[in-house]
Design a protein. Structure first.
Length: 107
């Protein structure tokens, strides 16, 4: 079988055994951007990679902070609703006691 490899499925993955790249005829010679291999570029690339690896952690931290804040707001709302319910119950009990006292005085 004498099948030629494609870009997606090369015959071999060993770069030394692959055919050398030929310059493209559609692009003028020297139009490619030169590679920069200075230490500053490597350092910035490393920092960027580290920052990008920490992004999910920062997002998770912000998400948990937001959820804790939302839970605290819900707890405050529940306490307020409970306090109002207890206040209405106390007011009704007070009115019953006043009525009972008035009935006892009237007799």
């Amino acid at each position: 079988m004498n099948a030629r490899g494609t870009i997606d499925r090369p015959l071999t993955h060993d770069p030394k055994k692959q055919a050398p790249m030929k310059p493209s005829t559609s692009e003028p010679a020297g139009s490619a951007i030169p590679d920069f291999t200075t230490t500053g570029a490597n350092d910035s690339r490393q920092n960027r990679t580290r920052e990008m690896q920490l992004i999910p952690e920062a997002l998770a931290r912000a998400h948990m902070h937001e959820r804790l804040h939302q839970a605290e707001q819900e707890r405050r709302a529940m306490r307020l609703a409970t306090a109002r319910r207890m206040q209405r119950r106390a007011e009704r009990a007070s009115m019953r006691a006043r009525r009972a006292l008035a009935m006892a005085v009237m007799q």
